[in-house]
Design a protein around this ligand. Structure first.
Ligand code: FJE
Ligand code: FE
Length: 372
């Protein structure tokens, strides 16, 4: 197998450290996780916190053009609007723990094999934070799509067919791996964070030609009303529609709620849906019912079935709430996964490993290519 498929052998972080009292906490790590990191991690954290402060002071005076539309009662900062809609209930909450992936990279895996049945067609959700020289060097994919949404910094990708580019903050790469992609995904800056979602393809699309849909932040439509802003990465919300073609019908929305704001988003009845919390004030993030218990940042919230959409409240009086709401039409087929290969049967996985090894059926360039 390709070396990147072997788990990396970096030492487990156990050493305790003193954390400076007045340092702004790195939002990627919880206080407990920061306490548990090694000296090297602490240095990275401090570099990152400094970079965040620099970035924050830069962003302060900048305003970007925004496509804003007024929407009826879909979002509201008054709690009375919540009575108009019934939300799907929250049936599972998962705190995304840190784990190592690629070469020295750290991800929070919000969705993994244990959620795949509940959340068909979604296979994986990682919140990544990666600094050079760590990254995701040359590795293959087959049988699904990867959606990379960069939140800070940049990720440079290169594939074995010569396709390359950098995904910057706010940009999205919607990659259909289909019959096969081999690529590298490496960080550009000091601080590079974002989400990577894996969406399954149905059996009749698993072996299609690979394809990319690349959206710069300015191509992603957004809307704003009543303390709610939405960036529509896939699907439709608050009257605006994404240009992304989703082979597996998918909704991918990035919501920011100001303190006290509320949102109800319709989701098709048969679709599975979840939210992933990126940022929240203490006790601020509430889903499903206005008096439900709050969820913390870095949590996946799985919604139960129902024809109503989902509701969210920002109960914080001072901090904004940011989460992504992701929903998709279930495929309803067996899933057999071997790392970055996702097929319907073990025989297809065996064939994929052979194709990758011998450079066949879409992996022809495997023998000759290496990223630069
Ligand atoms: C992977 C090896 C990998 N999460 N989040 C094996 F390198 C990867 C992989 C990633 C990844 C990449 C980005 Cl940019 C963001 C990620 C895993 O590339 F998924 C497996 N199984
Ligand atoms: Fe990849």
């Amino acid at each position: 197998m390709h070396p990147v498929l072997v788990p990396n052998n970096a030492a487990v972080h156990t050493q305790k450290n003193h954390i400076p009292q007045n340092t702004h906490p790195n939002p990627f790590y919880t206080r407990q996780e920061i306490k548990e990191t090694t000296t090297t991690c602490l240095l990275k954290y401090m570099r990152r916190a400094a970079a965040i402060n620099r970035a924050n002071s830069l962003v302060g005076g900048l305003f970007s053009f925004r496509f804003t539309k007024h929407v009826k009662a879909m979002s509201s900062s008054s709690s009375s609007a919540s009575q108009d809609f019934v939300s799907r209930p929250v049936i599972k909450k998962v705190f995304a723990k840190l784990q190592k992936e690629g070469d020295g990279a750290v991800v929070r895996r919000g969705i993994s094999r244990s959620e795949q049945k509940l959340l068909d067609p979604f296979l994986m959700l990682d919140e990544f934070s990666v600094s050079p020289p760590a990254g995701f060097p040359d590795h293959p994919h087959r049988g699904f799509e990867t959606v990379t949404y960069v939140l800070e910094g940049g990720i440079t990708h290169q594939d074995f067919k010569g396709h390359k580019g950098t995904i910057y903050a706010g940009d999205v790469q919607w990659m259909t791996a289909g019959r096969g992609i081999i690529h590298s995904e490496m960080p550009e800056e000091e601080v590079n964070t974002g989400l990577q979602l894996w969406i399954n393809l149905s059996s009749n699309e698993k072996m299609i030609e690979p394809n990319y849909q690349e959206l710069s932040h300015s191509d992603i439509p957004s809307a704003e009303a009543n303390g709610v802003e939405v960036k529509v990465i896939a699907g439709e919300s608050m009257g605006v529609q994404s240009p992304v073609y989703t082979r597996t019908p998918t909704m991918f929305l990035d919501f920011t709620l100001q303190p006290g704001a509320h949102i109800h988003q319709n989701v098709p009845e048969s679709w599975n849906a979840f939210a992933y919390v990126l940022e929240s004030g203490e006790g601020g993030c509430v889903f499903g019912s206005s008096n439900a218990s709050p969820v913390s940042a870095h949590s996946v919230v799985v919604f139960g079935p129902g024809n109503d959409g989902v509701s969210a409240w920002n109960k914080s009086s001072s901090k904004k709430l940011r989460f992504v709401l992701i929903a998709g039409e279930p495929i309803g087929e067996p899933v057999v996964q071997y790392g970055p290969f996702v097929m319907n049967t073990q025989a297809e996985i065996d064939m994929t490993i052979e194709d990758y090894h011998y450079g066949k059926n879409g992996f022809e360039m495997a023998k000759y290519w290496m990223s630069q």
